[in-house]
Design a protein. Structure first.
Length: 518
């Protein structure tokens, strides 16, 4: 069990799906943080030709066993102490399931668990929900696989409803199309696809409608690929994290896909050519569910069941339940800091002082920033020294790189860029418009980033000794429009005062006022 291991360990998670096989390999630390070592995916089409015969074909099993063997070898060569492998829809419905599992054991040295549809829905909810900043919102989660579609309703803490529908892109394609079908898809055929979805999903849809739904989240390769096509068509750029897919854009994409031959579909900007033959059936599932649930748009998540396997693994430890109690954004920041071995007491003290300075700066009308900026400042303060993980020399640059390229869950790309920039300029340099780290920000954002950088500089200086000597700090009005920095210390804070004095010219450049320090 995880709770008995106090050492760093490498763990691999394998999701053997109907269409693809996915591998996630991480290094898990004793403090429950983790570092992703690799993520791999290979298309196996395990469910190809299975429906409705309910038997895995020999060639499909051969592909799947080969991929699993290669993934298992990769995991073991990287020192994986444990490989958690599960199989889903195609395997659980196969009459020759035992033969497939036996081959995985004998040829890949893998003990694979075949999980139920409800357990699959739970793990997907766990993986996807931990990547969203839900706050007090309740969401419906839709994951469209090759053989099944999983539904869940839940908030940031727990799920209220789980279901698994025998609907999937490969399953639906097998029902409506022949292997040699390469032409366009007529409007009448698409309507039949939608009707098949409605027939299979009528009861689950009725259940989901009973719950309050504040937002929708869609995951899986089908949803991501449809959103990628839509982003290229309507935004003129690739899909980004936290992007949404509107029902209107989804319908337009599906019309375009239906009006194209298979060869033309494979060349559509943004499409994964390997999905060209099954993307319309998969899209019909998402489109119909969004219509019948009255969903105008869905957040697109790149997280899935393998991430749920990791979350489930981490929370097996009784001492790790603090993770569940943290909001997603806070949790992801803490885990990144711990993965980098940050000085947590210092980071939290700097964060505490930074938000005190922020609150008093707003009160003194030094800036006109609101709560979201306060939160970003706090997290930048927590992560400002993560770069020392690589080297103390110029660690602010390393901090920027680590944060900018991290997968901070619950944040969009702009928020991550802001946190990284504020951490970068907590020492050395000034974030003017020519600096590469901030030149992509618009003027209001750049001004806000400059102000947050200044506040973080002062907060970091106020814990220069890493001894927590300064208990509180705030700004107060002084004569002639100057600003006085007032501090409360419970020990000699000479070093901290010297540090703040060194930042007076940057303060005046940022806020246009003279700073008076003790």
């Amino acid at each position: 069990m995880a709770s008995t291991n106090n050492h760093t360990r490498v763990v691999a998670f394998m999701d053997i799906g109907t269409n693809s096989i996915r591998l996630l390999m991480v290094r898990v630390n004793p403090n429950h943080s983790y570092t992703v070592l690799t993520q791999q995916k290979e298309v196996a089409r395990l469910g190809s030709g299975e429906f409705p015969a309910r038997r895995l074909r020999a060639d499909a099993m051969n592909r799947a066993v080969l991929i699993c063997s290669k993934f298992a070898d990769m995991a073991r060569s990287n020192g994986a102490a444990e490989i958690v492998a599960v199989a889903t829809s195609a395997s659980r419905e196969a009459g020759n399931q035992a033969d497939f599992l036996r081959r995985l054991h004998d040829e890949a040295n893998l003990d694979v668990r075949v999980i139920s549809g409800l357990e699959e829905a739970r793990l997907i909810y766990l993986g996807v929900s931990r990547g969203l900043d839900l706050g007090d919102k309740q969401a419906v989660f839709i994951d469209i696989g090759g053989g099944s579609t999983e539904l869940a309703v839940g908030d940031a803490r727990r799920h209220q409803y789980l279901d698994s529908l025998k609907l999937g892109s490969i399953r639906l394609a097998a029902e409506f199309f022949q292997p040699g079908d390469t032409g366009k898809i007529s409007g009448s055929t698409y309507k039949k696809l939608q009707q098949a979805v409605r027939n299979a999903a009528a009861v689950p849809i009725a259940h989901v409608r009973k719950y309050r739904i504040d937002l929708a989240a869609a995951s899986s390769g089908t949803a991501m690929n449809l959103a990628e096509i839509a982003s290229r068509l309507f935004r003129g750029r690739p899909l980004e994290r936290q992007d949404t897919l509107s029902r209107e854009h989804l319908a337009a994409v599906l019309r375009r896909l239906c009006n194209a031959t298979l060869a033309q579909r494979r060349n559509l900007p943004g499409i994964n050519p390997e999905r060209a033959d099954i993307i319309v059936p998969g899209g019909a599932i998402l489109h119909t569910l969004m219509e019948d649930l009255g969903l105008d748009e869905a957040v697109i998540s790149d997280r899935a069941m393998r991430d749920g396997l990791l979350e489930n693994y981490l929370t097996r430890d009784d001492q790790a339940h603090w993770l569940d109690r943290m909001p997603t954004r806070e949790r992801s920041v803490v885990l990144l800091g711990r993965a980098c071995g940050f000085d947590e007491p210092h980071a939290r003290k700097v964060g505490e002082l930074a938000v005190q300075l922020f609150d008093s700066a707003v009160q003194q009308r030094l800036c006109k920033l609101d709560g979201p900026w306060r939160e970003l400042l706090l997290y930048a303060a927590w992560l400002h020294d993560t770069g020392t993980f690589l080297s103390f020399v110029d660690h602010q640059n390393h901090s920027y790189y680590i944060i900018r390229n991290s997968e901070l869950l619950g944040f969009d790309q702009t928020e991550i860029a802001i946190i990284a920039a504020v951490a970068r300029f907590h020492r050395k340099g000034f974030p003017d418009a020519e600096k590469s780290e901030v030149k992509h920000f618009n003027k209001p954002t750049l001004k806000a980033v400059q102000q947050l950088c200044m506040l973080l500089r002062l907060a970091e200086a106020l814990d220069r000794s890493h001894a927590g000597r300064v208990a509180a700090a705030q700004f107060a009005a002084a004569r002639n429009g100057a600003i006085r920095l007032q501090i409360t210390a419970h020990a000699d804070a000479t070093l901290e005062i010297w540090g703040t004095q060194n930042n007076r010219k940057f303060f005046e450049r940022t806020f246009g006022k003279t700073l008076i320090v003790p």
